[in-house]
Every structure is written in structure tokens, then in C-alpha cells.
Ligand binder design. Sequence first.
Ligand code: NAD
Length: 487
Amino acid sequence: MSGTIETRLFINNEFVPARSGSTFALYNPATEDHVADVSQAEAADIEDAFIAATAAQKEWEGIPPMRKSPLYGKLAGLIMLHGDELARLEAISMGKPYSSFMFDKMACAGLFGHYASAAYHIQGQSSLNTPGMINMTIKQPYGVVAAIIPWNVSLIMFAMKVAPAIAAGNAIIVKTSEKAPLACLKLAALIKQAGFPPGLINIVSGYGNITGKVLAEHMKIRKIAFTGSVPTGKKIMQMAAASNLKNVTLELGGKSPAIIFADADLDMAAKATEFSIHQNSGQHCQANSRVFVEEGILDQYLEKVVAIMTSRKLGNPLEKDTWQGPQGDETQQKRVLSMIENGKTNGELVLGGKAADVGGKGYFVEPTIFKNVNEDAEIYREEIFGPVLLVNTFKTEEDVIRRANDTEYGLFASVYTRNFERAMRFAKLLESGAVGVNCSAPTQGLDMPVGGWKQSGVGREMHMYAVENFLETKTVYFKFDHSFDMH
Ligand code: NAD
């Protein structure tokens, strides 16, 4: 413990320090103050978690869903009840404003509620097409699975992985991000309070190349679900292949386009695209960082977006009226500022363009807009993960489709128009895991899949798509009539 903040590992429903005593320091990105020294899991701790999870999984698999469902409901209720404390922990570790955390709280609780009865939907198929036999498929859990999550929406990522994994009958070891370990450790206490059995859900903190690597290379863990950046996703896949060829799902970065036609509701388009790039300080994988507006409406669009962006309050995330907090940490701020410098030689600065001064402390960045950006520039091609909007113009449908799709990413793409046929053409032609017609990310239905095309990911999450990720399929051949002989 560090004061009233839990900083230890959560293994077998107990909080324990790392066996080696290893810790890492966490700093408040708004004030630069030291927040806590957090226990860092190494191989011996992961082994403890694996042993506990193995024992728990054997029992959990045999418990009927109707006895498990109430636990999910109880946890969802506890998350809602402890929302203020969870918000405070996110604010002091990665800088999320209290106001925007309320969405994370609802989504995290909602996801646990959503998966409460998911186990009943896990069903195989049967076939009578082989003479003399009834054949069937059955779905079974992997056993002990692992998840590695990022820091930008840690509680949502936690729920998106843990709830379907245990609904499928697995036990899980989750590694949180070194930038945001605290709220998930509070969640650990709530998991225990809700009555989930010891060892079912284990939560470890630590850096990726220390703690995460042990999970990705583990020889007995057969499934790993990862959310984070493209470079780390590639490393996870390499480690999974080089160890035991474990099954991998990857939810990675984005560079989402939003295309705005002159016939669109421009107020609505400006509002939605501004929110997409600005909320959570632009630290959102699906944020529409590349906007294309039809020639002729550029000035009108920019005027509207600038008015909204400059009306938002930037400041300490613990103050209830703060809309934009700092970037996640100093590294994130430096990366965003270096991208902005790249933008200054590859586009025209419209707004912002530097670190924001909030009492001389913290890792803040001014909301920034560039127009007429060189589409070969680094700022245009790489994910920024900051409040930086790039706005270019287009003349024809063919031209803008080609340019919107000219990226290695493919998470979310938007088109704003009142022309129904054009909207349908774009829904088909845009190369991404989701297309929003007259809406931008974040837009999500709990029963709709999430995932990326191209280098934005491998596999889909949410609803039963996620449960499927944590199941093996077995074919069972059942011979009942020996008069048919296949040999
Ligand atoms: P990151 O790749 O730096 O880290 C993600 C996680 O991987 C962290 O827990 C980290 O400790 C761990 N990690 C890092 N190196 C590792 C290694 N060598 N071995 C094992 N684990 C390792 O990403 P981030 O900065 O935490 O998150 C931001 C990224 O996540 C952005 O690219 C964003 O687009 C992406 N993201 C994607 C989605 C999605 O649903 N597609 C959602 C949220 C965030």
C-alpha cells in the first residue's frame, strides 16, 4: 500500500508485493508529483498467478452460469458505487478528467453486466451428414489466458477482456499499463468483494519488457489478448510464435479519416469530429485525426471547430469542470510535441501548436489544428495520440476514397453526407473495421464488433465475438450405427 492507494499485485484474491521487491515509480501528469511506487511483477510472480489461476479455472469451469451471473451484476454495482474513487485514481495516474471518466465507469460496469449471461450463448453445432453418426462441435475454454492492456481507457479495456474471458470459462492474468495501474487495482478489491473466487482474475502491474514479456513468452498460457500500439502488437505476435505459438488477438492503433461533403449537416459534423480528436486529450485509438472537407467549405468548417475547441477548459483533471487534462505522461507529451513540429514544416498551423501552460507544471498540449498538410509527412502517416487535427480538402469521391484509404491503419472511418447512395458507397469502399455514417468514434454498440483492418489489428472484440476469442472448438464424432463403414 502507498497511503490509501493499493499498489501491490493481486494474485489469488490477495494483495502481495512482488517477490523480488521490485517497484516502479508513478508520477501525476498534471502536477509532476510522485504518486506511488507500484509493485512490478517478474517471472516468479507470474508463476504464482499461473498456479493460482490453474486451480481456480478447474473449479470455475464446472460451476453453472446461473450461479456465476449474480457475481457480474454485483461487480457492476460496485463499480458504479466506487466511481469517484476510480475516477480519482485514473486522474492522478494518467490524467483523465473526472467528467470524461464517468463514461469509462458506465462502460466498464455495463460490460460486466452485458457478459453476465453470455455463457448461455456458447453453443456448438451438430450434423447428421455422416451416415451412421451424429457429429458435433463443442466449445471449451483455453484454461489460463492472459491480457495486456493500455492506459488510455484502462477500465474499459480491462472489462472488454476479463468479462468475456471468464464467461468462456477461463481464468485470467491481466497486465495493466505502467502508466495507469491504480484504478485496476481498486477494481481488484471490488472483484474480491463481489465474490469472484480466488485465482480466477489476477492483476499484475509492470513495464511491458519486464512483466508483459513473461506473459507473451509463457509456455503454458495458450491465449493472449493484447490492446496497444502497432509496434508492441508485432512484438507480442513474435513472442507468441517463438514460444508456444499461443493464439493472439490484437487491437492496435489508428489514423482514422472523416470525410465531410458540402451537403452534410456541418454543425453536427464539426461537433462530432472535434469531440473525436479532442476527448481524452486525443488519446483514443479511433480518433478521427485526418479530416477531409469538400472544397469550398474549409473555412466554414474550421471556424466551427476552432470555436468548439477553444471553448473547452484545459486544466487539472481533478477539477470537475476540466474538459481536457494532460497527456498520459512526459513521453506522450514529447511525442505529440515532436509531431507538431513536424506539422509546422508540412502544413499550415491554424490553432495551438505548443505545450499548454497550466501553472508551469504538467504534460499539457494545446489543442492543435493544421490545414493543407503534406500527405507524405510523418505527422500525416503516423498515429499521434494527441489533440491534433489535420484538415485537407478534396474535389471528387474517387480522389477522397483513395486518399482516405492510403494508410496502413484501418480502425474507424467516417463519412458525413445527406446523400444516402453516396453514404452506402463509402460504407463499402472505406477500408476499416467500422464505418460511421454521420458519426465519428467513439460510437459503439455493445453488441457490435470492434477491430481493425490492415495493421490496426487481428480479430474482433465485444459481445460474443470476444467470447469466441477465448474458446477452443472441438469436433466430436459419435457413431451410433455400425452398419455404415467409412473404411
Ligand atoms: P503500448 O503498445 O506502448 O503498450 C500497451 C501495453 O503493452 C502496455 O501494458 C505495455 O506495458 C505493454 N507492452 C509494451 N511493450 C511490451 C513488450 N515488449 N512485451 C509485452 N508487453 C509490452 O501502447 P499504449 O501506449 O499503452 O497505448 C496506446 C496505444 O494503444 C495506441 O497505439 C492506441 O491506438 C492503442 N489502442 C488501441 C485500442 C483498440 O481497441 N484498437 C484501444 C486503446 C488503445
